[in-house]
Design a protein around this ligand. Structure first.
Ligand SMILES: *Cc1c(COP(=O)(O)O)cnc(C)c1O
Length: 456
């Protein structure tokens, strides 16, 4: 009998509730602080930006949060997502490890991001919101929110980081096809954007700056709210559907992961695949190792400081405790645009701090090499971000080979790379180099972290 390659769930096996790791942490998440008073923020402080239903999810410590029926209806367009056994990759590596990957590229936007975009658009629509503003890096998040906004009848305005706006014109075309408006950030449309451009007219932009612009627009208008594609607790909760499905699929495959691997930009797809398994272990179930893979050019978990910091560059957001490179840090313009964020999701940082997970950093050229190997062995061309997870999984499989261990490795293939072929072309032309940041710039950004009094 040939070995099974594909593990599919029926629609009625799709989870009916998201999972929230806040219910299972050994110690609770540090409070979110108001930068003026240094006191914990309350739900009302966040109300100008988000609808109350999402704010309540942000602070919830309930283990299960029901997925509303209209969200489940739209999820059915591409979920449950397939889990594959990577027989081809295993063979290419000559490893005795069993490699499985969850494929999130089957969504209309081509990545995991619609899992939260659909939920966020639904709750905003329910709250009577007419217009959403947001930021996007590579364009995956802007595309996802544009898709969800079109479904629920919301206007969507996207501030796209300048370097990605120029590198990836087709992403903008997709956003516009869904009816969204896309502006290169820093832009002349906000006070903050104008102030950045006054200092540096050719600024490549950053997610931190784009967030500031989107937040500024949302605060200005009553009918407008803001949506964030990663980092926040409610986003990570929505992404848990990835791991919840994987748990059922691992059971179908009659195995359980020894190690779970995901790439980390803001931390949402990693949390999505990892947290349901992490919670399972914390509640006394079988345990796994969890490995976050980040770009060496923007290494918040491996090189950042665990400290209170702003989520944006203009210092408009509340302070959260996270692994950060400093909100004033501008990462170099490498091709995995979705991983260019100065901070890490507080929920991922907390898990890291508690020793529940590990992190590694790789350079972009070695990640593209891993992605090309994967494409030739498995047939799917990964997004540059996802190449980091592929690289992490390959390293784990090679370790198993050296140690003669037949471990089970599960990783998240967060999206396909069909809009990123220009970066693959550069890779094949030998023009892709490992971008580095200046150590002095990182030191300066870290020195500029806000000082927060230690809790009594
Ligand atoms: C946005 C994106 C990421 C990074 O975001 P996380 O919040 O860290 O998951 C990773 N992969 C793909 C395909 C993306 O679009």
């Amino acid at each position: 009998m040939s070995q099974q390659t594909k593990f599919l769930l029926n629609e009625d096996q799709m989870p009916k509730a998201w999972y929230n790791l806040q219910a299972d942490y050994p110690t609770p998440l540090p409070a979110v602080l108001h930068p003026g008073t240094m006191q914990p923020v309350g739900p009302e402080d966040l109300a100008p930006l988000f609808p109350m239903a999402l704010i309540m999810q942000e602070v919830s410590t309930e283990r299960e949060i029901e997925i509303p029926e209209p969200v489940r209806d739209l999820y059915r367009l591409w979920r449950p997502a397939p889990l594959y056994r990577a027989h081809g990759l295993e063979k290419a590596l000559g490893t005795c490890a069993k490699i499985y990957y969850k494929y999130e590229g089957v969504s209309p936007a081509g990545s995991h991001k619609p899992n939260t975009a659909v939920a966020q658009a639904f709750y905003n629509k329910e709250a009577g919101v007419k217009r959403l503003t947001t930021e996007t890096g590579a364009g995956q998040w802007g595309t996802s929110l544009a898709f969800a906004g079109a479904h629920f009848g919301l206007e969507v305005e996207v501030f796209q980081v300048r370097v990605s706006y120029d590198q990836k014109p087709y992403r903008r075309a997709v956003m516009e096809t869904y009816g969204a408006r896309c502006v290169a950030s820093p832009s002349m449309e906000t006070e903050y954007g104008r102030s950045v451009l006054a200092k540096r007219p050719d600024h490549p932009g950053s997610l931190g700056i784009a967030i500031s612009e989107a937040v500024e627009q949302a605060v200005k208008r009553d009918d407008t709210k803001y949506a964030l594609g990663s980092v926040l607790n409610h986003v990570l909760v929505h992404q848990s559907i990835i791991g919840l499905e994987c748990m059922k699929q691992m059971e179908m495959a009659d195995t359980w992961p020894d190690v779970v691997v995901g790439c980390t930009g803001g931390g949402s797809n990693f949390a999505g695949i990892a947290f349901p398994f992490m919670g399972h272990g914390l509640r006394g179930g079988q345990t796994s190792r969890f490995v976050a893979v980040e770009p060496a050019a923007c290494p918040s978990l491996t090189r950042g400081k665990y400290a209170y910091d702003f989520g944006d560059t203009a210092k408009m957001t509340p302070l959260t405790k996270m692994h950060t490179l400093g909100s004033q840090f501008t990462p170099p313009g490498f091709h995995a645009g979705g991983l260019r964020y100065h901070g890490m999701a507080p929920m991922v940082s907390h898990a890291m701090q508690l020793g529940l997970m590990e992190a590694v950093a790789y350079n972009q050229v070695e990640c593209f090499a891993a992605g090309v190997m994967f494409a030739r062995a498995e047939g799917i061309v990964p997004a540059p971000e996802a190449n980091h997870a592929v690289k992490g999984a390959i390293e784990e499989a090679l370790r198993c080979k050296r140690e003669g261990k037949a471990e089970t490795i599960l990783f998240n293939l967060s999206g396909h790379g069909h809009f990123d072929m220009a970066s693959y072309q550069k890779y094949f032309a030998g023009e892709l180099t490992d971008e580095t940041y200046a150590e002095s710039e990182l030191a300066m950004a870290l020195a500029g972290l806000p000082s927060v009094p230690e809790p009594a």
